[in-house]
Design a protein around this ligand. Structure first.
Ligand SMILES: NC(=O)c1ccc[n+]([C@@H]2O[C@H](COP(=O)([O-])OP(=O)(O)OC[C@H]3O[C@@H](n4cnc5c(N)ncnc54)[C@H](OP(=O)(O)O)[C@@H]3O)[C@@H](O)[C@H]2O)c1
Length: 248
């Protein structure tokens, strides 16, 4: 498939490398211009582009930027044809994104994202830590393969998201509609806990919406205490250990 990725940070970089390695035709962009993109992002064949070039003439657009910056790309995304699948990896972290009143009031994060972008989206790769995404992918049917929940309102678009998740080394788990995707938000049992497809249904069912924000913020405090600056991601072992202890 032809794929355009906006954002080449912890998640976008790994998606670029893995989807390129899986044989997809990948273009990547950040906010500062193609000349600022590290060569390691392009190691498996992705091409650096401007944001406008990255989303042009592609089958899939992946947004892997901070949630609060989605409004910046909304105008650009309106130029993307309706049958192009738009996948969003974002999560709401008030310490990074500042307070977003609608989400604080209970709006599901992916519905807020879709509203900003003024189009349907697929929510995928939001519920796996960057260390696990980069290091724990395995071939299909490997015992203990980690699953990643994928939510969308359109069945075709959700299927595309699930197939691409498979190409990154994880089971694509059908998590249903966007309205239910709060079950894969930060603080939920299925969030960054590296579960299998067999474990995922019970984890999604066990989510309690009122407890998610407090648990999310406890995890941020634990990570900040460990790695210092609130920006550096924890390694996979520590991240999953804390997430399981707090969220499950
Ligand atoms: N880190 C994780 O473990 C993790 C796990 C799952 C999901 N997520 C979510 O995935 C998203 C990305 O996370 P991350 O950790 O990869 O972020 P990150 O490391 O901070 O990288 C953010 C990327 O977004 C780019 N960007 C920002 N605004 C942009 C714009 N207007 N147009 C184009 N590119 C833009 C940045 O480019 P510049 O540097 O040029 O500004 C940068 O490449 C976030 O919503 C996050 O919550 C993260």
């Amino acid at each position: 498939m032809k794929i355009g990725i906006l954002g080449v940070g912890y998640i976008g970089k790994t998606l670029s490398q893995k989807l390129g390695a899986a044989g997809h035709d990948v273009k990547v962009a950040n906010s500062r211009g193609p000349e600022t993109i590290d060569t390691e992002v392009l190691a498996t064949g992705a091409h650096a582009a401007s944001a406008a070039e990255a989303v042009k003439d592609v089958d899939v657009v992946i947004l892997s930027i901070p949630l609060s910056r989605l409004p910046e790309v909304a105008a650009l995304i309106t130029t993307v044809p309706a049958d192009t699948v738009v996948i969003d990896t974002s999560n709401y972290y008030p310490a990074r994104d500042s307070t977003i009143e609608a989400i604080e009031a209970g709006q599901v994060e992916s519905l807020w994202s879709a509203e900003q972008l003024r189009r349907p989206i697929v929510k995928a790769w939001n519920a796996i830590g960057s260390g696990s995404l980069a290091g724990k992918g395995t071939p299909v049917r490997t015992a203990g393969r980690i699953a990643i929940p994928v939510a969308a309102d359109n069945d075709r678009e959700r299927a595309v998201g699930m197939a691409l998740v498979e190409d990154t080394g994880f089971d694509g788990f059908d998590a249903g509609r966007l309205a239910e995707s709060w079950r894969q938000q930060p603080g939920a049992p299925a969030y960054c806990t590296d579960l299998t497809s067999e474990e995922m249904p019970a984890a999604l069912a066990a989510a309690e919406s009122a407890r998610l924000p407090k648990r999310r913020d406890l995890a941020v405090a634990a990570f900040t205490e460990r790695v210092g600056d609130g920006k550096t991601n924890p390694d996979s072992e520590f991240g999953v250990r804390v997430s399981r202890a707090l969220f499950m």
